[in-house]
Design a protein around this ligand. Structure first.
Ligand SMILES: Cc1ncc(COP(=O)(O)O)c(C=O)c1O
Length: 380
């Protein structure tokens, strides 16, 4: 059997990782400013993570959601405290799409409505409602195209208010910084105005923190720069440093009803041990502060490079979620960074390099990346 060929692959076979570096099978080292698509938060194979996951594997890896799981309770308690959402409750699933799926279900159960407002260029996942809320017709199958979602321009508050005023919206779903959308940032004025308009219209505000959350922007959640408190918050990617787990933080306004939500694997023992190890390292190594400090330095160095190179037309983002907008397609730049300079970066659209490194990135690693990018841009 062959693999179902849906991924355009880079010609690299990664066999080992440590911190912000990965190695291919020939022993070539790479600097990882991609973090396996914003997933590696505390660095590859962090010793504390390896120890906690190994210990849990030797005790019990999985038992179903029909029994008490104190690891889930610890995770909810720790996550509430570190994120500033102690009065919210946590529901655990396996991926980002599944987290958004459950957010939209909860919003619809609560309001009895079926209409969703989402942003143009938004990405919320590839399943049922999550893909319908994703502004990309190429990945919405006819069976998912059920007319639930209206896509509106980011930061155009009047457009969102006009739709909310119709009284049939169950949820507005936003990313504080759009990932796939190229690191476009919401303004505080828009976010606060939208929060107030949702309250007035009886609609639920959902913050998708799957990419911009968990410390990446230099606050625990990206929306915490915007002065809002969403009703539902979806998390995944970096929360267990590569172990597949997602979560929804649920405001006290929602009633928990037995059997209304559920999953087989979600919140399993091994996943919770991985997620708890991530929170340990966040606290021990002050990774949110590191993301802010090193992110500021990265932006400062990129601005200096922009002053030298006409190929950088715009810089977007915050902390360690940065979009470098180029005047050329990202394909050549990204390819040369990987194959010639051995530096991984992400991308968005046709001309944005997207930087999503582990939150343990150092100043020296920023310097190495900037030197590599300078070389590539000057030789274009
Ligand atoms: C903002 C955002 N939401 C949702 C998802 C979907 O997450 P998953 O791939 O874990 O289903 C992603 C993945 O890239 C994302 O970036």
């Amino acid at each position: 059997m062959k693999l179902f060929d849906v991924y355009p692959l880079l010609d690299v076979n990664i066999v080992r990782g440590q911190g912000c570096n990965v190695w291919d099978e020939k022993g070539q080292e790479y600097l990882d400013l991609y973090g396996g698509h914003a997933v590696i938060s505390i660095g590859h194979t962090h010793p504390h993570y390896v120890e906690c996951v190994t210990r849990q594997l030797q005790q019990v890896a999985f038992y179903s959601n029909s029994v008490i799981n104190t690891l889930q309770q610890q995770l909810a308690e720790r996550l509430g405290r570190i994120s500033g959402y102690e009065d919210y409750r946590l529901f655990l699933i396996n991926s980002g799409a599944e987290a958004n799926e459950n957010c939209l279900k909860l919003a619809s159960f609560k309001t009895g409505r079926t209409r969703v407002l989402s942003a143009q260029k938004a990405f919320h996942g590839r399943t049922s409602l999550a893909v319908e809320a994703t502004d990309n017709p190429k990945i919405i199958a006819p069976i998912n195209n059920n007319g639930h979602v209206t896509y509106l321009p980011v930061n155009d508050l009047e457009a969102w208010k006009r739709e909310l005023a119709k009284g049939d919206v169950c949820a507005c779903i936003i990313e504080a910084i759009q990932g796939v959308g190229g690191c476009t940032m919401l303004t505080p004025e828009f976010a606060q105005g939208l929060e107030a308009a949702c309250r007035e219209a009886g609609a639920v505000l959902v913050a998708d923190e799957i990419q911009c959350g968990y410390g990446r922007t230099g606050k625990f959640f990206g929306h915490q720069w915007l002065g809002i408190r969403p009703d539902l918050i979806s998390v995944a990617k970096g929360i267990a440093n590569g172990f597949p787990i997602g979560g929804v933080l649920i405001s006290p306004d929602f009633e928990a009803i037995y059997g209304q939500l559920g999953t087989t694997f979600g919140g399993n023992h091994l996943g919770c041990a991985a997620a708890l190890a991530v929170l340990d390292v966040f606290e021990q190594e002050q990774l949110v502060e590191n993301a802010r400090r090193v992110g500021d330095y990265l932006m400062q160095q990129l601005k200096a490079l922009q002053a030298e190179s006409s190929h950088i037309t715009e810089l977007r983002g915050r902390g360690l979620m940065v979009g470098v907008v180029l005047d050329v397609p990202h394909k050549e730049v990204r390819g040369r960074l990987i194959y010639e300079k051995h530096v991984f970066t992400g991308c968005a659209g046709t001309n944005v390099l997207r930087l999503l490194p582990p939150l343990t990135l150092t100043h020296a690693q920023v310097d190495a990346f900037i030197a590599a990018l300078r070389d590539v841009l000057t030789s274009l």
